[in-house]
Design a protein around this ligand. Sequence first.
Ligand SMILES: Nc1ncnc2c1ncn2[C@@H]1O[C@H](COP(=O)(O)OP(=O)(O)O)[C@@H](O)[C@H]1O
Ligand SMILES: [Mg+2]
Length: 282
Amino acid sequence: MTDPRNALHIDHLTMQFGGVVAVDDLTMDINEGEIVALIGPNGAGKTTAFNAVTGVYPPTNGEISFHGEPIVRARPAGKMKKLYQGDRSRIFTGPVLRPTPDRITGLGIARTFQNIRLFAGLTVLENVLLAQHLRRHSGFISAALHLNGEEERDRKARALELLDIAGLAGVRDEMAVSLPYGRQRLLEIIRALATGPSLLLLDEPAAGMNPQETLELARFIQKLRRDFALTVFVIEHHMDLVMNISDRVYVIEFGRLISQGTPAQVQADPAVIRAYLGGEDE
Ligand SMILES: Nc1ncnc2c1ncn2[C@@H]1O[C@H](COP(=O)(O)OP(=O)(O)O)[C@@H](O)[C@H]1O
Ligand SMILES: [Mg+2]
């Protein structure tokens, strides 16, 4: 039973690395058009959850659905049968689903990375051109950069339009990694957009940004949601950005859900305050 408005459903997701439980029985929902944040102290399992959604790691247990369609399904197998520390090893009985990251991109789910991953040897524009290509054809990187005639002009025009949205059209021919840090983060978002997603996952997009840049980023994310009819799933360590833009917030600590609700509800939750105060001592 799925609501068509339910863009992403994460169902009892567990991700263990050996005996280490990074994500522990996490269930969450993101409706179409929402901006939903996943927050929690360092090491809480946020990036690992993204990695499970995007096909980077096959989870230990759980199911992930995109618009009601299961895209990831796992249950403890092999050595994990012994190591699995949960008690839901038998609830997902359908065929195991282990999509590659390319396949996830093809479905319309795009992401950015906590540690920026731009293509170092390519210009700003080439980074976007390559991403456009990845949506349709996985592989064949050289083909993406050597199109001919009309197709090349079309692609370039669309890439420049996207760059323009982020104020990056003027630096199209500079090497991507030579941009200041804040602009590299914007370029990563544009590159993700170039794959034509309906769901955009942002992993700590404000990391390394100053307060002014963070404020601009908040407006930028809201503008993208509107203009591209996006659903946004954002990981953030900084409460201010999250509280500013999120419709709803999920909070995890040690892989486990400790709170969820509107930004105001979550901010007032003693469990959240404890988790954050505890984390700051380290
Ligand atoms: N590939 C991996 N192998 C082993 N342990 C990992 C791996 N990736 C993450 N972890 C562990 O999982 C936990 C959660 O990490 P992570 O998801 O990166 O946290 P967050 O993004 O919330 O800071 C950490 O204890 C981390 O060391
Ligand atoms: Mg992380």
